[in-house]
Design a protein around this ligand. Sequence first.
Ligand SMILES: [Ca+2]
Length: 179
Amino acid sequence: MTTKRDLIIVVLVTFCLTTTLFMILPTKSSPGDGYDPWLDTNDDGTINILDLAAAAVAFGSSGTPINKTALLLELETRVSALEQLRVVAAGFILTNGTATVGYNIKSSVWDDVASHYEIHIAAVYYYFSDYITIVTSVGNFAKHATTASKNGNLIITIFDDVGNPVQGNFQFVMYEISD
Ligand SMILES: [Ca+2]
């Protein structure tokens, strides 16, 4: 009676012999000839004995199959969604206008005359209604922030609880929605 173990041994021996044969006989197939990336289990661009050996080792195992095509489509959908709503710039700005951490911030200053912060975003001519900019003021006092644009720069004004423009730490994220 042939057991499962015997069958696996037979398969492995067959692969070892096949390996030897493949080493002796030069391959005649050119790269890309009938190449199926789904069969290339180690993703090295070649279907060879290494891919077969991986299947041989896993021979007899079982589990929940995955629908590779559906998985690929799902990933493409997610990437597409990420591309449609893209972070253009972000940062944490201190009271004096210095960015402690920032993404795509070319410069950031406090304008003492205008009483607002002016942020130059790298490679962007900022117009307030072309982007989605979220600003959050930092602290435990009643403050709110507004966005505007001036000469292609992002303008952020922080107001205190009675509506006076003030200095204060804040953080912002700017998104771009693609058409
Ligand atoms: Ca391979």
